[in-house]
Design a protein around this ligand. Structure first.
Ligand SMILES: Cc1ncc(COP(=O)(O)O)c(C=O)c1O
Length: 397
């Protein structure tokens, strides 16, 4: 690279990444092949439109790239192309979610999503996000006692509010989600069910977390967390979903139009090619083992921290992610202090609100830890047990 300033910064970041333990739950390390696709000549091409229906010439090869990505996405999650469509153009998770609302929820309509401070994402209707400015969030959360979802409470709220869409799938929720229960709730109140599986997509692909596809109408996901791809997103939708009165809802066509021209111009075909590479890798023989190891590592990390006296939200994890209450009603340290101390000790994690947090979001009561990135580095249970012991040492008051 001739640009020495940028080259120096890239090298410095590479070195930083190598020198720390990465426990950020939403990060991972992509393969050389993913990086190669991202840095390829595909970035030069404008391709507004969809395969076979482009606004510019010269897109025959690009069409093949995008179609391949779509086919791999459907195949990875065992979906029949007659039943499911996938849009691979959303630039990232947030625009993907907003595109779904734009397509399917009238402006001002109700989106029922988990509130940010309980583990939802900004784009599930929070007021600072466009999803909460253009639409109205009906927030739900976890049970105060068990810190897991209480489906009866969610159902009661859904029945009272009659949202247009219910969003399930979260940013900081460690447990398995009962997709079937969400389907029943959506059916009883007449809502569409959207699953945002951004965090757990790799675990679903690896067969270690229940698939939402049997129950959801729409599934969105980022591609850069447990799925281990580049920063991008996928939007799956049921082609055969009908309204109560039997008309085809055309979810896929509406979503395509919302992505382009509704939200975006030309898709980033280099990123789409890199997603295709990641999807190919996730379909390979070693990915299932990887996904299993991610969850095993998270469980041991949670168990060991708990044994050492730390409060794990909901008592454990079924995924790659754990939430630790570091504040423990004032007997411990705040989440910010915890993540700062960990960073000084070479462990990167993020401060995070815990359910019913008494502290502000800028300095909440907990931290969120994830095992996807370090598992990509080949780390196993023993290592994560040691990490827990190191975290304990660093966080002790
Ligand atoms: C559940 C969920 N949805 C959506 C997003 C947004 O993804 P992006 O940062 O790519 O916009 C995230 C990001 O953390 C997320 O956790």
């Amino acid at each position: 690279m001739k640009d020495t300033q940028i080259k120096k910064l890239i090298n410095a970041e590479k070195k930083r990444q190598k020198s720390v333990i990465n426990l950020i739950a939403s990060e991972n390390f992509v393969s050389r092949d993913v990086l190669e696709a991202l840095g390829s000549e595909l970035t030069n091409k404008y391709a507004e439109g969809y395969p076979g229906k482009r606004y510019y010439g010269g897109n025959a090869i690009i069409d093949e790239v995008e179609s391949l990505c779509q086919n791999r996405a459907l195949k990875l999650f065992k979906l029949k192309p007659v039943e499911w469509a996938v849009n691979v153009q959303a630039l990232s998770g947030s625009p993907a979610n907003v595109a779904v609302y734009l397509a399917l929820v009238p402006i001002g309509g109700k989106i029922m999503g988990m509130s940010l401070d309980q583990g939802g994402h900004l784009t599930h209707g929070h007021k600072v996000s466009i999803s909460g400015k253009m639409w109205q969030q009906i927030p739900y959360g976890v049970d105060a006692k068990t810190e897991v979802l209480n489906y009866d409470d969610i159902k009661a709220k859904a029945m009272a509010e009659k949202p247009a869409i219910i969003v399930a799938g979260f940013t900081a929720y460690p447990r398995q989600i009962d997709w079937k229960k969400f389907r029943e709730i959506a059916d009883t109140c007449g809502a569409l069910l959207m699953v945002d599986m951004s965090h757990i997509a790799g675990l679903v692909a690896g067969g270690v977390y229940p698939t939402p596809f049997e129950y959801a109408d729409i599934v969105t996901t980022t591609t850069h967390k447990t799925l281990r791809g580049p920063r991008s997103a996928l939007i799956f939708s049921r082609k055969d979903r009908k309204s109560k009165t039997g008309e085809l809802l055309d979810l896929d066509k509406k979503i395509d139009r919302a992505v382009f021209p509704g939200m975006q111009g030309g898709p980033h075909e280099n990123a789409i090619a890199a997603v295709a590479v990641a999807l190919g890798e996730a379909a390979g023989p070693t990915f299932k083992k990887y996904a299993r190891q991610v969850v095993a590592n998270a469980k041991i990390l949670a168990d060991e921290l708990s044994r050492l006296g730390w409060k794990i939200i909901s008592g454990g994890t079924d995924s790659h992610l754990i939430l630790v209450d570091t504040w423990m009603n004032g007997t411990g340290i705040s989440g910010k202090e915890a993540s700062d101390r960990l960073e000084r000790a070479g462990i990167i994690a993020n401060k995070n609100a815990i359910p019913f947090d008494s502290r502000p979001p800028t300095d909440p009561s907990g931290i969120r830890l994830g095992t996807a990135a370090e598992t990509t580095r080949g780390k196993k249970e023993k290592y994560f047990q040691k990490i827990a012991q190191k975290i304990d040492m660093v966080l002790r008051k």
